[in-house]
Design a protein around this ligand. Structure first.
Ligand code: GTP
Length: 372
């Protein structure tokens, strides 16, 4: 029997405008709120009780998951009046744990999709007698990450900031956002103030000779924090490149949820998801994309690697590649949106108003294109 803390209080700024009304961990990924995948995996690993550390849009979590009975879990919701950072959030949530000081507590970032063997991380932690065990993953280009080198025994030797020069790239191992803490270690994190687990808690543990174990696991790993990663993670789940007990349909090239309508002459591929109540018209091609509930994609539109927000519309013949369309936004017919464009919630792009070369990187409101 294991308890877990889920860190779900971040603002998800890199995913705006998708996160303007929905916290990142509640965004639908492969047809269900992302946390459903994490909760199902945690339950399968023998976790029985989860404390949610919430802050941003905190009130939206409990209506989704209730008491957790559907997952076979006991869920507790804790809200920070002011965001306390990752370490502060763990400390704050710990007041609601019931386990003893020597028990292992699983801590998960609420935005990591991975194939990690959670039970093995916990059991290895227990057997090793470590204070903290961290899941580490290896990345091809470590320049964008803090680095976590380990010695021959797997003990973490340092927590290094993002490398600025090639010489500073001493390892390709990075913090993968899943930890097991011995409960007493959490209780020693300062209470009631902002603490970063990466910048303060872990370095302090090394400075006091605590045993911080790095467990390199090279199974699937993805931080869903950016639009590109978000669509990739969803598509990878749909195609079975990473498994989840919470996938609401068979693995395949596309997932169409109950209540969606896809014209027989539309083409869905690359792990596309079409949410409940969404409509995809004749001749539309939707590849590797997330079409959120209630969205409408008109005939002959081409949508690649993009997210179309709740009740948003994409007009006939429009082309979107790597674009985010916010909730309720309207992209009129015949637009050609450049990669990376984010259309704000409720914004309206008039028919044929945006061509690839002329577009700004963000259409925040209706001043790009007139309301139709
Ligand atoms: P960005 O704003 O796009 O960087 O995303 P984020 O807000 O999720 O931040 P980040 O990816 O660094 O956060 C890692 C994990 O910690 C996520 O699961 C966040 O929800 C969570 N988190 C970050 N800060 C806090 C906080 O102050 N309180 C709580 N409870 N969780 C936090």
């Amino acid at each position: 029997m294991t308890e877990a803390i889920l860190l779900v209080g971040g603002q998800g700024t890199r995913l705006r405008p998708l996160t303007s009304h929905t916290p990142k961990p509640l965004l639908p990924v492969a047809g269900v709120p992302f946390l459903a995948h994490q909760l199902a995996r945690a339950a399968a690993a023998g976790v029985h009780r989860v404390v949610f550390a919430t802050s941003y849009l905190a009130e939206l979590f409990e209506p989704h998951f209730g008491d957790g009975a559907v997952f076979g879990l006991d869920l507790v919701y804790v809200t920070e009046a002011e965001p306390l950072g990752t370490g502060g959030a763990i400390r704050n949530a710990a007041d609601h744990l019931t386990c003893g000081p020597d028990e292992p507590v699983l801590v998960l970032n609420g935005d990591i999709l991975s194939g990690l063997d959670i039970a093995a991380l916990r059991d290895g932690h227990r057997a090793s007698g470590a204070d903290v065990s961290l899941h580490l993953t290896r990345v091809a280009d470590p320049r964008a990450f803090g680095l976590v080198p380990t010695d021959a025994d797997g003990r973490v030797t340092a927590f290094l900031e993002k490398p600025q020069t090639p010489e500073e790239i001493v390892t390709d191992q990075i913090n993968a956002g899943a930890y097991v803490f011995t409960r007493a270690v959490i209780d020693r994190i300062p209470a009631g103030r902002v603490v970063s687990v990466e910048r303060e808690t872990f370095p302090d543990l090394l400075a006091t000779d605590a045993v911080v174990r790095g467990v390199v696991d090279d199974t699937y790993w993805l931080d869903l924090g950016t639009p590109a990663a978000f669509v990739k993670g969803s598509a990878d789940l749909v195609r079975g490149r990473v498994s989840s007990p919470a996938l609401p349909g068979p693995v395949g090239d596309a997932l169409v949820l109950d209540g969606a309508f896809v014209d027989p002459l539309a083409v869905l591929s690359g792990g596309t998801v079409v949410g409940a109540g969404a409509v995809v018209g004749a001749g539309a091609v939707v590849e590797g994309s997330v079409v959120l509930p209630g969205a409408r994609i008109a005939g002959r539109a081409l949508v690649h690697h993009s997210v179309v927000g709740r009740h948003a519309e994409v007009g006939a013949g429009s082309r979107l590649d790597s674009v985010v369309v916010g909730d309720g936004a309207v992209v009129g017919a015949g637009n050609e949106l450049p990669a990376g464009l984010r259309v704000g919630c409720g914004a309206v792009l008039a028919d044929e108003s945006v061509r690839m070369s002329a577009a700004p990187s963000t259409c925040a409101a209706a001043h790009v294109g007139a309301r139709r």
